[in-house]
Design a protein around this ligand. Structure first.
Ligand SMILES: [Mg+2]
Length: 102
């Protein structure tokens, strides 16, 4: 399943379950993404199994894609992923991590 398909499935879930679904809900969705990141970190810290950690990371992806649906509905996230991957591949080795050489 590609990001755009995932976005559509998440939209169906949001509508079916009556979750927040308005542009003014975007800050809440971003906060929930951070909370899920915290849950992933906590699971890892506590030695949870890989499936539990992966589940929390998927929760992050859900909220991120759900936010993209409302915040930038005209952007194709599959195209954006390809573009961003290419941009990052064009950057130098260890870009942004210069402190590691000091
Ligand atoms: Mg969770």
């Amino acid at each position: 399943m590609h990001l755009e398909e995932m976005k559509n499935e998440i939209e169906k879930l949001v509508i079916t379950k009556g979750f927040y679904n308005k542009p003014e809900d975007i800050p809440k969705k971003l906060l929930f993404a951070f909370i899920e990141l915290g849950e992933a970190s906590d699971a890892w810290k506590k030695g949870a199994d890989q499936e539990k950690i992966a589940e929390e990371l998927i929760d992050v992806i859900f909220y991120v894609l759900d936010t993209s649906r409302l915040a930038c509905p005209n952007v194709n996230m599959d195209d954006m992923f390809e573009w961003k991957l290419s941009k990052n591949l064009d950057r130098p080795f260890q870009y942004g991590e210069g402190h590691r050489n000091k």
